[in-house]
Design a binder for this molecule. Structure first.
Ligand code: ARG
Length: 266
């Protein structure tokens, strides 16, 4: 069922592509912060028009990827599991996001011992948390999150560097089922997904390549990159309300709607 959500976002005032930590990023091409801000504001407007609450964290100069709030933490049942970034370029974001949560009265808060990039690699359903590994988040962090949150965490192996975070290849449609691009996963993980989600939406390589799987669903409304045409059609066929957004500038850093969105689950 659709219900009102609480999201944390970060305005891309300092957005740029000055380093390359995934195959989407090319410092020679760069990216334009003003365009990114305009597109990001449309995403924020969409959430507010849907009745969701958006909180903001202040962007920090020198952290161009901080707009990708999903990577800042994993918040489930009011417990805040902090991020510990894989790359030096983003390392300062982990403590910055944790400070926001403690400063705003959230807790318990856990400083992680193991590398993990928050909701980039942890996606929460009703009964389980799906967790990606292979490029960023370590399996030991999956165990640490399970212990801290008291929820079963299922490890999924990512194999394609373009889909370096779980949220670039899969999104929960609601608390029970998901959409995903099979090509991003190892054979064993594809089998796991097939068993867990026999009614999942399977996305094409073309829809994955425009970061169509980096979508945000509240169970009824799906906010999706506008270029993911086939996926949008299939979701509509299933009775979902698809809301297309244009985040082409942020895609130059390898991010889409979900990357910009950290859900705060009370
Ligand atoms: N440039 C960022 C990185 O490579 C993009 C992060 C996208 N975030 C996400 N949740 N997939 O870390």
């Amino acid at each position: 069922m659709a219900r009102s959500r609480h999201y944390l976002m970060c305005r891309p005032d300092h957005f740029a592509v000055t380093y390359a930590i995934n195959p989407w990023m090319d410092p020679a091409t760069g990216a334009d912060a003003a365009t990114a801000v305009r597109q990001w504001e449309q995403l924020k407007d969409v959430y507010e028009e849907l009745g969701h609450t958006v909180s903001l964290i202040d962007p920090i100069d020198g952290l161009p990827d901080m707009v990708f709030a999903a990577n800042g933490a994993l918040v489930v049942g009011g417990r805040v599991y902090g991020a510990k970034f894989a790359s030096a370029e983003r390392a300062a974001e982990g403590p910055a996001y944790l400070r926001w949560f403690t400063g705003n009265g959230y807790g318990p808060v856990m400083e992680p011992s193991w590398t993990n990039e928050g909701e980039g690699d942890f996606l929460t359903l009703d009964e389980v948390i799906l967790a990606g590994t292979g490029f960023r988040t370590s399996i030991t962090a999956h165990k640490e999150a399970q212990e801290f949150l008291g929820r079963p965490v299922v490890t999924l192996q990512l194999v394609d560097p373009r889909y370096y975070h779980l949220d670039t290849a899969l999104f929960p449609i609601d608390g029970r089922t998901v959409a995903y691009y099979p090509g991003a996963f190892s054979p064993g993980s594809r089998e796991v997904l097939g068993r867990m989600f026999p009614d999942a939406v399977l996305a094409s390589a073309d829809d994955a390549a425009v970061l169509g799987l980096n979508a945000v669903s509240d169970g009824h409304n799906v906010v999706l990159n506008v270029e993911a045409g086939e996926l949008a059609l299939e979701l509509k066929r299933r009775g979902l309300n698809v809301i297309p957004v244009d985040l082409s500038e942020l895609r130059k850093a390898g991010g889409g709607p979900k990357c910009c969105t950290l859900e705060i689950r009370a």
